[in-house]
Design a protein around this ligand. Structure first.
Ligand code: SAH
Length: 276
């Protein structure tokens, strides 16, 4: 509490996160996509997902978020959730009985079919998350995410629940929460009406396996740099052709892996001449 709040000797009323959290739980469009997140840090949610377009969509009930606190499933008086790794070594491992109990709770009222409701452990060992996965998750009824901490989760619970492992990329985070929010963000924005303008997901990066063309806006001249004339020409077909050519050029230069896959799909020679 600040000194200013104390100095007048009266109760200071402070904004709390609780009421809005409670409101968020009650409003849900029937059948709306839902993310259940098992975490030691439920206070990390909704985090950035509560802002801007994803936050507004959450408030409108277009998608729903339920955090499942791992701590109450812990063992003994101290609600221990972890223990030392079998075989020795540094760090701690999340216990299978604790994570298992949380997963059983999360699974109680959802479809058992993993197509309809994927169960995922965020893990650097997992398959790398991509836009195709985001589309697959958005088409499901919802998703359960397990956020690891410390050295990760006991293997047996992953095997027992047939958990799919998904990685955000080839780096190691301290916990799964940021990865879970990234995955949810990319997925939720594909749900109809979340973005408002659905067309914007159709042209952006990866929509046809290409990186997006450069974007410009006002002012027309900034620091002596202009906007490419074609974008100001009002000629829609030419603009579309320019954007595609730029997207191809960028993808070819920056992401040879994406470029080869794109060329294979379109029957083009990846070493061939550029179209513009
Ligand atoms: N010992 C583990 C890393 C544990 S990091 C290993 O070497 O594989 C702690 C937790 O952070 C993990 O359990 C996982 O949930 C999360 N995490 C770390 N890096 C991640 C990544 N690249 N993608 C998704 N989750 C990650």
């Amino acid at each position: 509490m600040t000194d200013a709040a104390k100095s007048h000797g009266r109760l200071s009323i402070r904004a709390s996160a609780r009421p809005s959290d409670l409101m968020r739980e009650t409003r849900r469009v029937k059948g709306a996509w839902m993310a259940k997140v098992i975490t030691l840090f439920p206070e990390a949610f909704p985090g950035v997902l509560g802002l801007s377009l994803t936050g507004r969509a959450l408030d409108q009930g277009l998608w729903a978020l339920e955090t499942i606190d791992l701590r109450p499933f812990g063992q003994g008086r101290h609600r221990n959730v972890d223990d030392t790794p079998a075989g020795g070594g540094a760090g701690m491992v999340l216990r299978p009985d604790v994570v298992g109990a949380a997963l059983a709770t999360a699974g109680a009222d959802r479809p058992a079919d993993p197509q309809r409701w994927p169960v995922i452990y965020l893990s650097p060992r997992g398959r790398r998350f991509d836009q195709a996965m985001a589309h697959r998750f958005a088409a499901a009824a919802g998703i359960t995410l397990v956020c690891g901490r410390f050295e990760g989760v006991d293997q047996r619970v992953l095997d027992h629940f047939d958990v799919e492992e998904v990685s955000l990329g080839d780096f190691v985070l301290t916990g799964g929460e940021i990865a879970a929010q990234a995955l949810i963000d990319a997925t939720v924005r594909l749900i109809p009406r979340v973005l408002g303008n659905q067309a914007s997901t159709e042209e952006e990066s990866f929509s046809d396996g290409l990186l997006e063309h450069p974007q410009y806006t006002r002012p027309a001249i900034w620091q002596g740099r202009g906007i490419p004339d074609i974008l100001l020409s009002g000629h829609h077909a030419k603009i579309a052709a320019w954007r595609r050519a730029m997207a191809e050029r960028l993808t070819r230069k920056r992401r040879p892996d994406l470029w080869r896959a794109y060329c294979a799909r379109h029957g083009r020679d990846p070493e061939g001449d550029q179209e513009l």
